[in-house]
Design a protein around this ligand. Sequence first.
Ligand code: PHE
Length: 340
Amino acid sequence: MKEKLEQILVKASAELEAADQPQKLEELRVAYLGKKGELTAILRGMGSLSAEERPLIGAKANEVRTAIEAMIASAGERIKARETERRLAAEKIDVTVPGTPVRMGARHPLTLVRREIEDIFTSMGFSIAEGPEVEFGYYNFDALNTPANHPARDVQDTFYFSGDMLLRTQTSSVQARFMENHKPPLRMICPGAVYRSDDVDATHSPFFHQIEGLIVDKNIGLSDLKGALTQFSQLFFGPETRVRFRPHHFPFTEPSAEMDVSCFACGGSGCRLCKGEGWIEILGAGVVHPNVLRMAGIDPDVYSGYAFGIGQERLALLKYKIDDMRLLFENDTRFLHQFY
Ligand code: PHE
């Protein structure tokens, strides 16, 4: 029986050493120490032993049991440690592997230009206003001294909804709205999209953006307009920039003018950018017509003002030397990524 116990120990030791899974270990524990295990069977058979043999075999059996228990415990530790090691290796993060590139967005050139214009005018004390793109004919035309028979109101030029609703053709509609809700002195700019029934080509689009400006106060005249817009042009295009006003007609301003800036590419001597003229048109402007003030409930004998409308696309094309306006609306990110 003693040899039998020793054999069990040797066998158990070999099997436990080879065990590499928790289930395998549990199987072995049951096989040796369980109720129906080999060691238990021997202990059970001790009744048949002589009185001298019994304590000796009993002691040996206990020794073997303790040894097997210790081996099971250490095999358990070993399996657990190996499992931890395996998991650490499998879950290891290699921080040196190059990451998946995240493509950064870039600001649209129109946004860049709008923000720059906003910065310049807010630094001069203008606030920023907004108005609806779907507008009443009243604000887009009537309140701006543009009577029903004016050609700009033609369906050839303007997108109409039913009734008196249309897509605004100019941000000047916001002038009219702003004067209804604000008492002079007032000073605002309004950037936004406008719509006209135009065919698309390199310099035309049925959808584009303007920035309207309006100031109404006592003793405001053409010289104020000239000063502010000259200052704006020099801040936007550079300190050498000169401006020139050409007489023009807008129903809501009198006198009215279009303003050109000296070409910032050639300084005025004539080049491809300015088409040899030395000058580039950037906006329309004028002294607010007394009828427009009157329509808004402002007394033109007390107050006067000026207004202007800048084409945002035009400034973006000039600033970034883009030669086709369609590029601004096609949203090809390869193109747009050049600006930031
Ligand atoms: N609304 C005019 C246009 O769209 C521009 C303008 C604005 C002119 C304000 C004078 C004053 O052409």
